[in-house]
Design a protein around this ligand. Structure first.
Ligand SMILES: [Zn+2]
Ligand SMILES: [Zn+2]
Length: 342
């Protein structure tokens, strides 16, 4: 790998080419991510071989929350520039392209439903990237090798993966554009801002929610009973989301004081004895927040958000499972939303 004492990027890149078909769950575990959720199906039943759990094994990105992050990247997309090994990809844009296929009535129905699922995977990838960027955290990379002759974009299809391996080096998100979603991941070399320690937590919180604003802005939003909310829980949730909507992965908007705004929402409402705990609260964009309260699909959305909380708070799984069971009884779907505070 070394030639005249210098790393030759081409040979390093070649050395990263995976040669064994390791199981994705094992690599995710090797990256330090808790894989106990893999042992349980969505309906709460125990799965014999967690490595085949379809809720997880086809994902493109793993971890987040209080877990490390692992991202799957094709070996063929690794680029060398100025002696560094890079990965440039716009996953937010890719999710939008997939959305277009998903709603295209002229496309085959299997292609449409696959595009819908893949758009969700792309958004999860994008949101984990954004979080790693904002928190200046390194990410682990699972490198994939496809079967020969697979189409570049369909290569995301998991059935096309022949080999995978976990890179032993960490990677860093050097740039992420809030405007268009483009990003750059770099192997091994931290960006200058991390080396210079520019990411020391500011004295003012970077992420704020609706309850941090002057009361005049929000008081019309709650009718009747006001429930006590822990500012500590809200702060922790906003930190966890790192400025990215935990429902649709869109970045929160920047306020003129530079702070990033998202709203916090109790997935099981406080009015329904939902706990004021991190694992029952999500940070979401105002649009999704209204949808979570008033949308005709609010029960489905609640299920989606609980499933999300389930994966990032493995310790709360038992309680969440009980809540999901209650949810499937549609008891919660019948909550008179107007009576509950937003
Ligand atoms: Zn959203
Ligand atoms: Zn709410």
């Amino acid at each position: 790998m070394k030639e005249r004492g210098v790393d030759v990027p081409e040979s390093v890149r070649e050395s990263l080419r995976p040669r064994r078909n390791e199981k994705i769950m094992d690599l995710v575990a090797e990256a330090g991510i808790d894989v106990t959720p893999w042992g349980v199906r969505k309906d709460g039943s125990v799965i014999d071989n967690p490595r085949t759990n379809q809720t997880y094994c086809y994902e493109w990105a793993f971890g987040g929350g209080d877990q490390p992050t692992a991202l799957c990247i094709w070996h063929g997309s690794l680029v060398i520039s100025q002696g560094l090994i890079l990965y440039d990809r716009n996953m937010r844009q890719y999710a939008l392209e997939l959305d277009r296929v998903a709603i295209d009535r002229s496309a085959r129905s299997d292609a449409r439903s696959r595009a819908r699922i893949q758009a969700k995977r792309a958004r999860n990838f994008d949101s984990l990237l954004q979080r790693a960027y904002r928190k200046s955290e390194p990410v682990r990379v699972v490198i994939l090798e496809g079967k020969p002759h697979s189409e570049p974009d369909l290569r995301w299809d998991t059935s096309k993966v022949s080999y995978r391996t976990l890179d032993s080096e960490v990677w860093y998100v050097h740039s992420y554009s809030d405007d268009d979603g483009s990003c750059r991941l770099v192997r091994k070399n931290p960006p200058d801002r991390i080396l210079n320690g520019e990411n020391i937590p500011p004295t003012q919180p970077v992420f704020v929610d609706q309850f941090s604003l002057p009361t005049s802005v929000t008081k019309h939003e709650s009718t009747g009973f006001i429930f006590e909310r822990s500012s500590e829980v809200r702060r922790a949730v906003l930190e966890r989301a790192a400025g990215v909507c935990e429902c649709c992965s869109a970045p929160g908007f920047k306020m003129d004081n530079g702070r990033i705004f998202l709203e916090t929402h109790h997935v099981i409402p406080l009015s329904k004895n939902g706990p004021d705990e991190e694992w029952n609260v999500v940070a979401i964009c105002p649009n999704d927040h209204r949808r979570a309260h008033f949308g005709e699909d609010r029960a489905a959305l609640r299920g989606q958000l609980l499933a999300y909380l389930w994966t990032i708070h493995p310790n709360a799984q038992g309680v969440i499972r009980t809540l999901l069971e209650t949810d499937s009884n549609e008891l919660l779907a019948k909550v008179p939303e107007r009576a509950a505070a937003i």
